[in-house]
Ligand binder design. Structure first.
Ligand code: GDD
Ligand code: MG
Length: 353
């Protein structure tokens, strides 16, 4: 089976993190989100994926190339101007002639693809949409379904009072290739606003898969930091860290090549990426990610924060409840609090711990 990854969104709500890279490439605990999604697909037996790109498409292609480093086969379809989710699916038609999986690329979740596909096969539907239940569904696609779990209505970002359902589209689908015949080509189409309601109107069967495990979209800074807290504390297994954690239960993950000085203080949960260095007298954690090749210098503190790759925290500096993007240097003895920090611009008001 193959999967289509919708990865063309701009990620405006994640700025300033997405100034230099597209939303699906923001790191989730040391690796791009899209990479973690592809690795999870691979471990479910899906080893061929098509990535639908638009905003900063070259960034994605340069990173994954044809998938050789991850041991999967990757194809690309790119849009010069955004075609919407439906238009992007239609654009990838030539790659799919059998049942296939489609994913939004801004979701951190433990959805079990094998279960979902098996469920889809049992429902004899043109599409199966996985659903999760949320307290406030207004920013999502909201689904009503019958007692046999066939969808009755799909309302994208409904107005208050339009529906009582708290079951929302989790952005993970299984489609039959017949769906391509129901999406017009060469125009902007939203699969959520146009295609799903049209399929229901025409009497197609669409199945609803109720998912009860961990699910979060990382579309805003608050949710991006929450996803990290949940992954680090073990609330979700999206990053598959369970086999890297020592039996003592101390959630400290140190990747290969990393150097932690014996006189550094590490308070889990903490992730220290490949070839990162934590020097003497530094304090790291709790709820902290030190990205690959990053350096935490003598007597500095990194608490409740996410450092991307190649970050330098200079001597005596303090980084608290913040995200620092790749290649930034935090000056000696300076303090960064509750901030999404890039070299050019920063946004205050973050809350990780
Ligand atoms: N190629 C391409 N072209 N991809 C796109 C385009 C486009 O024009 N527009 C959006 N995407 C990709 C985004 O990169 C993202 O991975 C996915 O499609 C969904 O777009 P978002 O912009 O993240 O949509 P949303 O968060 O407002 O709503 C969607 O996700 C919710 C769950 O998080 C909808 O699918 C909702 O129904 C759903 O509940
Ligand atoms: Mg989204």
């Amino acid at each position: 089976m193959k999967a289509l990854l919708l990865a063309g969104g701009k990620g405006t709500r994640l700025q300033p993190l997405t100034y230099k890279l597209p939303k699906p490439m923001v790191p989730i605990v040391g690796r791009p989100l899209l990479e973690r999604i592809i690795l999870n697909l691979k471990s479910s037996g899906i080893e061929e994926v098509v990535i639908s790109t638009c905003y900063k498409s070259q960034y994605i292609k340069n990173y994954f190339k044809e998938g050789q480093d991850l041991g999967v086969k990757i194809h690309y379809v790119s849009e010069a101007t955004p075609l919407g989710t439906g238009g992007a699916i239609k654009n990838a038609e030539k790659f799919f002639d059998d049942t296939f999986v489609v994913l939004n690329s801004d979701i951190v979740s433990d959805v079990n693809y094998r279960d979902l596909i098996e469920y889809h096969r049992s429902k004899n539907a043109i599409a199966t949409i996985s659903m999760t239940s949320v307290d406030n569904p207004s920013q999502y696609g909201v689904i009503e379904f019958d007692k046999d779990n066939y969808i009755k209505s799909f309302k994208e970002k409904p107005k208050p009072g339009e529906t009582d359902s708290h079951w929302i589209n989790a952005g993970v689908y299984v489609f039959e290739p017949e769906i391509f015949g129901e999406i017009p080509g060469k125009k902007v189409v939203s699969v959520e606003r146009d295609t799903y309601p049209a399929l229901l109107q025409k009497g197609y069967k669409m199945a609803a898969y109720q998912f009860y495990g961990y699910w979060l979209d990382i579309g805003t800074l608050e949710k991006y930091t929450k996803a990290h807290k949940d992954v680090l504390s073990g609330k979700c297994n999206f990053c598959r860290f369970s086999d890297k954690i020592k039996e003592s239960g101390d959630r400290v993950i140190v990747e290969k090549g990393a150097e932690v000085h014996p006189q550094a203080e590490i308070i889990g949960p903490v992730y220290i990426g490949e070839n990162a260095v934590v020097k003497s007298g530094a304090r790291v954690g709790p709820y902290t990610v030190i990205g690959n090749n990053s350096i935490v210098s003598e007597n500095s503190k990194v608490i409740g924060s996410i450092l991307w790759d190649n970050v330098i925290v200079s001597e005596g500096a303090e980084v608290v409840s913040s995200v620092v993007v790749s290649d930034c240097c935090i000056d000696s003895n300076s303090r960064i609090f509750h901030t999404a920090y890039t070299n050019d611009v920063y946004t205050e008001g973050l809350q990780l711990i």
